[in-house]
Write a protein that binds this ligand. Structure first.
Ligand code: ASC
Length: 148
């Protein structure tokens, strides 16, 4: 490996190892980031809900496209709950019960992953079956960790 390549790799490793807070220029950016990811996820999750609940016609391509966004967004908010970024609707419990909060986040990532698999399966029943536990994972985290 030449010197430039090894320097670049070393720099990339340092960046990857930085605490999440350091990824944001200021705490408000972390708040905006997590709210933005959750907002986009909510928009696409709502479209899946409309399909699962029969308010709009079932369409495999649309379900898959929405579920892809949901599954991708589901991975993002967590870095935004870095130390020192209290605020927005986030309850202080997030920073006091980090293991519990992480369990809720992991559950949501897992359920939205299953939702994507279900959407790709291409039938409404599979979508309905996966939608409920995914919605429950959103709600359970909101109940414990989000101010009204
Ligand atoms: C949504 C959305 C949520 C969840 C939650 C499920 O569409 O924006 O936060 O579903 O209400 O109970």
């Amino acid at each position: 490996m030449n010197r430039l390549a090894s320097f670049t790799l070393a720099a990339a490793c340092v960046v990857a190892a930085l605490p999440a807070a350091a990824q944001f220029a200021k705490p408000e950016d972390a708040v905006k980031y997590r709210q933005s990811a959750l907002f986009v996820m909510g928009q696409h999750f709502g479209r899946l809900g409309a399909m699962a609940n029969g308010r709009v016609p079932y369409d495999t391509a649309a379900a898959t496209a929405n579920a892809e966004v949901v599954a991708q967004m589901a991975r993002l908010p967590w870095a935004g709950f870095a130390p020192g970024t209290e605020g927005g609707k986030a309850k202080p419990e997030i920073w006091k019960e980090q293991a519990n909060f992480k369990e809720h986040g992991d559950k949501m990532v897992a359920e939205t992953g299953k939702l994507l698999v279900a959407a790709r399966a291409g039938n409404l029943d599979a979508l309905k079956t996966a939608f409920e536990p995914a919605a429950a994972s959103c709600k359970s985290c909101h109940d414990s960790f989000r101010n009204k």
